[in-house]
Design a protein around this ligand. Structure first.
Ligand SMILES: NC(=O)c1ccc[n+]([C@@H]2O[C@H](COP(=O)([O-])OP(=O)(O)OC[C@H]3O[C@@H](n4cnc5c(N)ncnc54)[C@H](O)[C@@H]3O)[C@@H](O)[C@H]2O)c1
Length: 334
């Protein structure tokens, strides 16, 4: 299997999004014999500028298109002799899924199904690998204690997490029914450079430096586990190369913080980097109406990937957050 995975062509979907655009440069450098075809629809969430550093890389090809387009994806499998898929493409913002869920069903469920069907049709080798990128949100909400593991029951609560759960089940079924060589990874909230402005951390930084209110849902007590995106990329590469077929791996950063604490930490970093004349950025924090059906807490027990594949998150949260703030300051101030 190692040969197929370290040579050949991998179809990476959604590679112009936050995680994909951090992953592709890492993956190309780590695997110099692998070619990457990045298929991305460039929705409002995709940004090709995030891939400027590898745009002329000889092993990189970009194709603008939709994972739901059967003819296009089939042509890519044929023309590029695709022998691996890493599926990042998704509608990813929970709030959008609450306001207009239809596109989540289309891309996240139907799109994943389309990729699986085409892989089933074209792949003669059982070794060709399909890696599906998913989220810890499929497991629902935790109380104050306890952790999600690979054995946790699926209890998705939002249209977003329900669409991701559906896609996970489709991937699972292609392994059990057709023997496809699949792996699925479910990770906690990522943070780092290149994330879309709509997400929590960029929103906090942008609002702070613009001098407007920093909106925090409800009472700010909802807890997420935060994983630095580079650590996630290292984990994805490991799972793609070494994960056991049919298995699921959970990745987490072991950084549990509630939203209010995240906002306060960022304000303190900003206070030290670009102090305001009239007080602290902390004064801009304001509670706003809570998200509908807001899950209380997500937390990950990542012992399986740690024990079996030797992965653990390396970035310290304080330094990761500072790097992240620096990246967005550069973006928003230039
Ligand atoms: N960001 C996180 O914290 C997080 C956490 C856990 C899991 N995930 C999962 O990781 C994956 C990537 O997340 P992200 O944060 O990078 O998302 P993102 O929204 O930043 O990027 C998604 C990318 O997919 C593309 N896309 C959307 N619909 C498409 C379609 N129909 N065909 C082709 N391309 C399409 C977009 O243009 C964009 O480039 C998603 O599957 C998401 O569910 C993300």
């Amino acid at each position: 299997m190692a040969d197929l995975l370290t040579n050949g062509t991998v179809l990476i979907t959604g590679g112009a999004g936050f995680i994909g655009s951090n992953f592709i440069p890492y993956f190309l450098e780590k695997n110099p014999n692998v070619k990457v075809v990045n298929l991305d629809k460039i929705t409002y969430a995709g940004n090709l500028n995030n891939l400027n550093e590898i745009i002329t890389h000889p092993n990189y090809t970009f194709i603008e298109g939709d994972i739901c387009d059967y003819a296009l994806v089939s042509k890519l499998f044929k023309d590029y002799d695709v022998n691996g898929v890493i599926n990042f493409a998704a509608e990813s913002h929970v709030d959008n899924s609450i306001n207009s869920p239809r596109q989540f069903i289309k891309t996240n469920i139907e799109g994943t199904f389309n990729l699986l069907e085409i892989a089933r049709k074209y792949w003669k080798e059982k070794e060709y690998r399909f890696h599906h990128i998913s989220t810890d949100e499929v497991y629902g909400s935790l109380p104050k204690d306890g952790y999600f593991t690979e054995d946790s029951i699926y209890q998705p609560n939002s249209p977003y997490s329900a669409s991701k759960a559906s896609s996970d089940f489709l991937v699972r079924s292609y392994h059990h029914t057709y023997g496809m060589n699949v792996v699925t990874s479910n990770c906690s909230n990522n943070y780092g450079p290149k994330q879309h402005d709509e997400k929590l951390i960029p929103t906090i930084i942008r609002s702070a430096i613009k001098g407007v209110k920093i909106p925090i849902y409800g009472n700010g007590k909802n807890i997420r586990d935060w994983l630095f995106v580079n650590d996630h990329c290292i984990g994805i590469d490991k799972i793609y190369q070494q994960g056991v077929t049919g298995e699921t791996y959970l990745l987490g950063g072991n950084n549990e913080y509630d939203n209010l604490t995240i906002a306060k930490k960022i304000c303190k970093i900003l206070d030290s980097k670009i102090p305001k004349e009239n007080g602290s950025y902390l004064n801009q924090i304001e509670f706003v109406q809570d998200r509908l059906g807001h899950d209380f807490r997500y937390a990950i027990d990542a012992s399986k990937i740690s024990n079996e594949l030797g992965w653990k998150a390396l970035e310290n949260f304080e330094s990761g957050l500072e790097k992240t703030v620096d990246w967005y300051l550069n973006k928003y101030q230039s």
